[in-house]
Design a protein around this ligand. Structure first.
Ligand code: PHB
Length: 401
């Protein structure tokens, strides 16, 4: 149970921003009621602002899942409620409160960036509502509320295979350049840890601000450092600007290999990056080029429903987040009480468009394959072509170090 101070604090917030005091007190007195045959899923997404592509991808994928599987599961009708937080954490928090208090959602989901997920954690905890992280990737988010479950990825999970591949493939000296916030710092830390443990050397660690990205000064410094390779992480949406500046600065022409997590060669943007990215190696949990029947169906249906827009790794996080809701409801026989639904989510496993995945019952984090990929041109379009697989990778930071 939350302490009195914590409760008073939350109540004050609620009174200010949502309903009257009476409604707020009533709402937290009990878990959200399963009032009727509708199960509401509140999706909080950046539909506007710098991360709007994440919001668009996840909304489209969640709607696709419902279109493919029907809106009824275990006798309940699924209702999606989409709210735009514009990538602002205060908004995510306010919207989560509204969704819980006014709409009585059974599940909160979405969260396009780490700070947005972190802002919602306390609301999920207080309201005892499962919160599915469909996008954000900082490892520690799931540790901040026992109600978080993740269907996206973590940066340590996606980064470690890249560090190991680099060390095995003749790269000895690396400069890292990451966005200066949670997921970037995770990527920086785990790349260094694994690369050095495999005999490599990190000669510089550069961090660029998340807002208003201009990478020129950092790229010049990286160039002057003369590494064998430059390792990159930026969040979905910034890869095209970064890669344009990498090419303009002449790092590739200097023979510096460009490597990174797949956030950089995002399927959403890759075709705007030009042929300079052909040959770039990245590691990631999803490529639209993944060769499986599940993915071929997913990509074909997504393209058809979205005017030929290609799904990216955010879309697959949203699609699997809906799969998690459906599968958990099947397990509880339609009971959407928070604790029962959360319990049912733990340990679930299935074959996603990205390959086999499961929810670790201990940590509530996703376990999935991570693929090493190379950018290739096929039929005039650029794709991240997978050529190596690390199976069932767990996030390393939740286990004793
Ligand atoms: C995050 O903020 O956690 C995040 C966002 C986009 C990414 C990766 C991580 O591509």
């Amino acid at each position: 149970m939350p302490g009195n101070n914590q409760r008073r604090f939350l109540m004050k917030d609620l009174k200010k921003s949502v309903l009257g005091a009476a409604a707020a007190t009533f709402m937290f007195a009990a878990a959200p009621a399963v009032a009727d045959d509708t199960v509401k899923v509140g999706l909080i997404l950046p539909m506007t602002g710098a991360s709007a592509s994440t919001g668009r991808q996840i909304e489209a994928a969640a709607r696709l899942y419902i279109a493919e599987h029907g809106s009824k599961v275990a006798g309940k009708t699924i209702e999606l409620i989409i709210k735009d937080d514009a990538g602002v954490a205060d908004q995510s928090k306010r919207l989560a409160q509204e969704l819980v208090v006014n709409d009585k959602v059974s599940v909160l989901a979405g969260f396009g960036l780490t700070p947005l997920a972190l802002a919602v954690g306390p609301i999920a905890t207080q309201a005892k509502v499962p919160a599915i992280i469909m996008a954000a990737g900082t490892a520690m988010i799931v540790d901040t509320s026992p109600w978080f479950v993740r269907t996206s990825f973590t940066l340590p999970q996606n980064t470690i295979p890249m560090a190991e591949w680099a060390a095995k493939n003749g790269i000895k000296k690396v400069v890292t350049l990451v966005s200066d916030y949670g997921p970037g710092l995770d990527a920086e830390k785990w790349f260094k840890t694994k690369f050095e443990a495999s005999g490599g050397q990190i000669i510089d660690q550069l961090r660029s601000p998340l807002a208003n990205p201009d990478f020129a000064a950092f790229l010049q410094k990286a160039k002057d450092d003369k590494p064998d390779a430059l390792f990159l992480f930026v969040p979905s949406g910034q890869g095209a600007v970064l890669m344009k500046q990498v090419v303009e600065r002449g790092l590739v022409a200097d023979g510096i290999k460009i490597i990174g997590t797949g956030d950089v060669t995002d399927d959403d943007l890759i075709n705007g990056m030009g042929d300079a990215v052909v040959g770039m190696i990245t590691s990631h949990n999803y490529s639209a080029d993944h060769n499986s029947p599940e993915n071929k169906a997913f990509v074909a249906n997504f393209l058809k429903a979205n005017g030929n827009a290609r799904p990216n790794f955010m879309a697959v996080g949203g699609y699997d987040g809906m799969a998690l809701v459906y599968k958990a409801l099947e397990k509880t026989g339609g009971d959407a009480t928070g604790a029962k639904l959360l319990d049912a989510m733990k340990g679930l496993s299935w074959v996603s468009p990205r390959g086999p995945i499961s929810v670790d019952p201990e940590t509530r984090d996703i376990v999935q394959n991570v693929y090493i990929r190379k950018v290739e041109k096929k039929d005039g379009a650029l794709w991240n072509v997978e050529f190596d697989t690390l199976a069932n990778v767990k996030d390393p930071s939740h286990t004793p170090k």
